[in-house]
Design a protein around this ligand. Structure first.
Ligand code: GLY
Ligand code: MN
Ligand code: MN
Length: 369
């Protein structure tokens, strides 16, 4: 990764300009951004407390004392930083009332709390507050070269961490212990704090799609599911592999084969211009043909980027459209209650003429000796 690729200020300048064009097209002058990943995307600010008011020619970042120096260092020339002493919203309102008041300000209605929305209305009644949703999230869908380099690195770190952990898996180890081992390897491999709680689920617990690692000890004959990711400069990877401790029973091999086939069908369906629901249908109909579809109860995947779950969403009724530069997961699973489950998940870059799978870890069933 070159310096230029990770120069967030340079990238942010272009992103803000693009957003300002978008706002103008949709008839908005200003947008109040309150969702932190959106703020990071547009300004480069990585702190945990901020509001960003995007105006026609510039932007105002309101944060607090803890982030004064950090904000100045992180944001580019197009973003003015203002430090709140008594609450972000209060400072924002002061700044809005400082100038000739903007008549209309759009806000992220799916991100702002009801309380904050009410407070804005009360303290800044001159402004018409206009609900919008998804404007910045749509811009974030297609990744630039710098973002892709970070996701690639996060995927590679995850591949390597799993390889290392599988070499220390042994009968009697607790799920929690393996999760700790995995997260240690991820961080040693260059990951920042992991993007979500790593899932390690053994035996019948592998049938819980979002199990929390427990004190259950793994034993011979268990399916063992790992779902985890790395994060590099904010960008996530998200992968799942399910292995077997010892030789797999015929039913375990059968569902693993069915899920691997659905993964392949879903992955092959990925290309720019198809709908997310077509990709979901490709994976799902593969499991229908093998007879396991009733045990696949969740969507086929989701976008990844600054968040582990972002648009586009790949499920049976999704209207989202795949476009070059998006990175989506494909993650079919079959979950048999009280017996066990298999999920296999890859991160896939959408190309104009197809796709590139970024997670490299092998997909065949591994039987740990
Ligand atoms: N670990 C959550 C997911 O795969 O979506
Ligand atoms: Mn996952
Ligand atoms: Mn996922």
């Amino acid at each position: 990764v070159t310096g230029a690729e990770t120069d967030s200020c340079g990238a942010c300048f272009a992103r803000l300009r693009k957003l300002q064009d978008c706002l103008a097209t949709e008839g908005h002058r200003c947008l109040l951004v309150s969702h932190l990943p959106n703020i990071r995307y547009l300004s480069g600010f990585t702190g945990s407390s901020a509001l960003l008011l995007v105006r026609p020619d510039d932007a105002l970042l309101v944060t607090d004392f803890r982030y004064e120096e950090q904000a100045a260092a992180e944001v580019g020339a197009m973003v003015e930083v203002s430090i709140a002493r008594h609450g972000l919203l209060g400072r924002l309102v002061e700044r809005l009332l400082d100038r000739p008041v903007e008549a209309v300000v759009a806000f992220e209605c799916d991100r702002l709390t009801v309380r904050d929305r009410r407070e804005l209305g009360e303290r800044c009644a001159q402004v018409e507050w206009k609900p919008t949703a998804g404007i910045v999230e749509r811009l974030r869908e297609c990744k630039d070269a710098g973002e892709l380099a970070l996701i690639r690195r996060a995927a590679r770190i995850a591949d390597e961490a799993l390889e290392q952990v599988l070499s220390v898996v042994r009968e009697g180890a607790e799920e929690r212990e393996l999760a700790a081992e995995l997260e240690y390897r991820l961080r040693r491999g260059g990951s920042d704090a992991v993007p979500f709680e790593s899932i390690v689920a053994a035996g019948p617990r592998s049938a819980l799609p979002h199990a929390h690692p427990s004190s259950r000890k793994i034993c011979e004959g268990d399916l063992l599911l790992f779902d985890f990711g790395a994060r590099v400069d904010g960008y996530c990877s998200d992968m799942t592999r399910t292995v077997c401790l010892g030789p797999a029973a015929p039913w375990q091999r059968e569902i693993h084969e069915a899920v691997a086939a659905a993964l392949e069908a879903g992955t092959r369906a990925v290309r720019a211009g198809v709908t997310a629901r077509e990709v979901d249908a490709a994976a799902r109909s593969c499991l229908e043909q093998s007879g396991w579809a009733q045990w696949f109860g969740h969507g086929t995947g989701h976008g990844i980027g600054l968040e582990v779950h972002e648009s586009p969403r790949l499920f049976s009724r999704s209207d989202d459209l795949l476009a070059a530069g998006q990175v989506v997961t494909i993650e079919p699973g079959v979950y048999l209650p009280d017996r066990g489950g298999v999920r296999i998940e890859d991160d896939v870059l959408v190309n104009a003429d197809g796709r590139e799978v970024l997670t490299g870890f092998r997909r065949s069933l591994i039987e740990i000796p």
